[in-house]
Design a protein around this ligand. Structure first.
Ligand SMILES: [Fe+2]
Length: 102
């Protein structure tokens, strides 16, 4: 990632956190079902639906956030491609064909 990407980092953190919440509610639902606590199970299922909806909403915004910020970045607009350092995501290398359009 490049300097000034706080919004993208925040988006990544939010998206990751929503999926942690989804996993947590799935575990709670299973545990509540196991002990026969229908009320806790019902509330957790309701919360799970909200978490899934938020994760879906965030997922749909990730591309827009990225391209919008990239266009505002002086480095991102240099030649329409990401700089080598920007093209890396964690330990994965972004394929050459994906750099310009992602
Ligand atoms: Fe959430």
């Amino acid at each position: 990632m490049f300097a000034g990407d706080e919004v993208m980092k925040g988006s990544l953190a939010s998206y990751t956190f929503e999926h942690m919440e989804i996993a947590s509610y799935k575990m709670l639902i299973a545990a509540a079902g196991e002990v026969g606590d229908a009320e806790v199970q019902r509330v957790c299922e309701e919360n799970l639906r909200e978490e899934v909806a938020m994760a879906d909403w965030l997922e749909n915004k990730l591309g827009t956030v990225t391209t919008s910020l990239r266009r505002k970045s002086p480095r991102g607009s240099r030649d329409g491609r990401l700089a080598g350092k920007q093209a890396r995501h964690g330990h994965h290398r972004v394929p050459e064909t994906r750099r310009a359009g992602c």
